[in-house]
Design a protein around this ligand. Structure first.
Ligand code: C2E
Ligand code: CA
Ligand code: CA
Length: 642
């Protein structure tokens, strides 16, 4: 009987177990009956929580459990009754699935049932082993002798424990995992034994399989995170020193994105094999998930050895991997923490190795780093800073400043780029460099990005209504905005909310937002609807040219490093000429950033660059000053008050 939720079942509406303090919700029970059909009781599972997911498999397992329990009870009953009567065989013969052998104090078999014959490979009408000894392999006989001798000495099997890992030896010399349950009774003054025998092979295999599944990473077959933690706990409890290496692949996401998940999986498996090859027989290699691996080194004679293994791991992973006709190259970073110096508990040691890994990755690709306590302090500072950023957003401490964009031909104002500042209650006005890296690395980037978009669009709408009808606003995007939000929909609804046409907005993207499918699709949707897409800091990244081909762009912003030295360096001037030429052939508009001098402006104009932005025209200004300087509208806050 299964009752998923007793409170929903009318049969129990006044049952005190359900309505009373026991508060039972779930019940699953199976009757226990003897082989002769006597009711013995019930085996049940109860819980205070409802379980609507109790499956037919679960029912089957409960039934099996009940059968085992009934068998045990039956055995106990037989034992008691035979102590009086000494007649078991008939009873066991009524339960033909239970193999049963009776033997005397010299271990001579005196009776057996058909199931025992079948279990040991004899035909029903054939003879059977003469001695109970021959039913187990030779190596286990001494233990069995000892057990039986002790039982004879004590006159009972009470309190004796049968060894857990016994084997049965079949007639054809093959073995199986033997489950043995012994009882005894006195027959004419001598102790006689009843052995209840079971083939546990299938059960063991299933157990082993379950154990394996619970401890391994299915994809790579190395240990999983949970098993790694347990192994680390064990190692730390021992006397010798150990170390944890945390290993993370660089650029794995790109492989997955460009070559597909099958190749990605292949890379992970190969990396796992290579790490296993470096580990000793008592070490543990694990995958923690994604492209993160860990090695537990045990019995280390010196901390330097852990560093050696880390270096070897980095070198090994960096060797080309050949999969499905591709030659793939990945690099790995590695963080190291050595016990007991860097932690006496698994969680602490692994956490510290992880901090060391972040440090290694921040240095660059293919690095390793050994944990130092300063990393903990840094992590703490980061956490505090992150909390401050949360406060900044909720308390409106972020503000936007606006830097004008100017048409070089006639000096007319075409729009502005919105740039973020943090009006910090203690530290004053902070530039993006002071907090953007932390913001982008944290969880808040998308939320701040949404705020920037909304605030900038509100401002642009106001200025377009009050004196600058063609005003265009440039808004920088964070990579996180593509990952967490449906950015295109968000942009469309923001434009609508402020009554802005799509061409009034220009989103600025840099090459580190990446090239995955989602980014391209989002940009395409935005561009198709008329929103401008500007490629920011063009020319500074490694992939500018390939991205130029893939991104649906409307504008290129030439990075200020080229503008700054264009008059001194013929090479930089050539780069600018080349970019302008390329932009024309791709039918893209151009803005030069960082224009600081009249000469730069003049020469950019002559080269055909359309717009400029820089200190020559104006520094980024708060909205009221911007409006004042360019004679447009009223500052938004004042307008709101008016
Ligand atoms: P960016 O997008 O390249 O922004 C232009 C930066 O160049 C601004 O620095 C601006 O003040 C500075 N700049 C403008 N003209 C000149 C000039 O003539 N000479 C020199 N030396 N610098 C000039 P800022 O405001 O400190 O911003 C730095 C970077 O922070 C930005 O570079 C952008 O990558 C990021 N950022 C700023 N605001 C936001 C934002 O609201 N959202 C996002 N996602 N990123 C932002
Ligand atoms: Ca920008
Ligand atoms: Ca820029």
């Amino acid at each position: 009987m299964v009752v998923p939720d007793a409170t929903l079942d009318e049969r129990f509406y006044d049952n005190p177990l359900v309505t009373g303090p026991a508060n039972l919700r779930f019940y699953a029970g199976v009757p226990l009956t003897s082989s002769a059909g006597h009711a013995l009781g019930a085996l049940c599972i109860i819980d205070g929580e409802p379980h609507h997911d109790f499956s037919s498999d679960d029912c089957e397992r409960l039934r099996e459990l009940a059968k085992m329990a009934a068998d045990r009870l039956e055995l106990r009953r037989v034992e008691i009754s035979t102590e009086k009567a000494g007649r078991t065989l008939e009873i066991f013969d009524t339960n033909p699935s239970t193999a049963f052998v009776r033997f005397d104090k010299r271990r001579e078999v005196v009776a057996r049932n058909a199931a025992a014959a079948a279990l040991y490979g004899y035909k029903p009408d054939e003879g059977f082993a003469r001695s109970f000894d021959t039913l187990v392999p030779e190596r286990e006989r001494a233990v069995l002798h000892d057990l039986i001798a002790r039982a004879i000495g004590a006159g009972s099997v009470e309190g004796l424990s049968v060894p857990a890992k016994l084997h049965g030896l079949r007639r054809d010399e093959t073995e199986f995992d033997l489950g043995l349950y012994l009882t005894c009774f006195r027959k004419k003054g001598d102790l006689t034994f009843n052995a209840h025998l079971q083939d546990l092979t299938a059960l063991r295999l299933e157990e082993e399989e379950l154990h394996r599944l619970a401890n391994t990473d299915i994809l790579t077959t190395v240990a999983n995170r949970a098993h790694f933690y347990r192994q680390a706990e064990k190692a730390l409890a021992g006397p010798s020193s150990s170390a944890v290496l945390m290993i993370d692949l660089d650029g794995f996401k790109d492989i997955n994105d460009t070559l597909g998940p099958a190749v990605g999986d292949g890379v992970l498996c190969e990396v796992a094999r290579r790490l296993e090859a470096l580990a000793g027989p008592n070490d543990t290699v694990a995958r923690f998930g994604g492209d993160e691996f860990a090695i537990l080194l045990t019995g280390l004679s010196s901390a330097a050895l852990a560093h050696d293994v880390a270096r070897a791991a980095i070198i090994s992973v960096a060797q080309p991997i050949f999969i499905a006709g591709h030659e793939v190259r990945v690099t790995a970073g590695c963080g190291i923490a050595v016990a007991p110096l860097h932690g006496q508990e698994a969680v602490e040691l692994i956490g510290n190795a992880d901090l060391a890994l972040s440090k290694a990755k921040s240095i660059g690709r293919g690095n390793s780093f050994v944990f130092v306590t300063a990393l903990r302090k840094e992590a703490m500072t980061r956490r505090l800073f992150n909390m401050e950023l949360h406060r900044a957003l909720s308390d409106d401490e972020f503000v936007l400043v606006y830097q004008p964009q100017t048409r070089l031909a006639d000096g007319a104002l075409t729009g502005a780029e919105a740039l973020i500042r943090w009006l910090h209650p203690k530290h004053g006005l902070l530039a993006p460099a002071a907090f953007l890296p932390a913001l982008e690395g944290g969880s808040l980037a998308a939320a701040v990005g949404s705020w920037i978009l909304d605030e900038a669009c509100a401002q642009a709408a106001l200025w377009r209504r009050s004196g600058a009808p063609d005003f265009r606003i440039g808004v920088n995007l964070f990579g996180a905005q593509f990952r967490t939000n449906d950015l295109a929909s968000e942009v469309f609804s923001t434009l609508e909310r402020h009554g802005l046409p799509p061409e009034a907005l220009e989103l600025e993207v840099t090459e580190n937002i990446g090239l995955d499918h989602n980014v391209l699709e989002t940009l395409q949707r935005l561009r198709d609807c008329g929103v401008g897409i500007a490629f920011d800091d063009f020319g500074t990244g490694y992939a500018s040219l390939s991205l130029l081909k893939r991104y649906p762009l409307s504008r290129i912003k030439i990075d200020r490093c080229f503008v700054q030295s264009m008059l001194e360096s013929e090479r930089d001037a050539s780069v600018i000429r080349a970019i302008l030429y390329m932009a024309r052939s791709f039918d893209l508009e151009t803005t030069a950033e960082g224009v600081e001098t009249e000469e730069q402006r003049e020469s950019l104009r002559r080269l055909g660059c359309e717009e400029g932005q820089g200190f020559l025209f104006s520094r980024p200004l708060p909205a009221p000053q911007f409006a004042d300087t360019f004679g447009i509208g009223m500052p938004r806050r004042m307008a709101a008050r008016a």
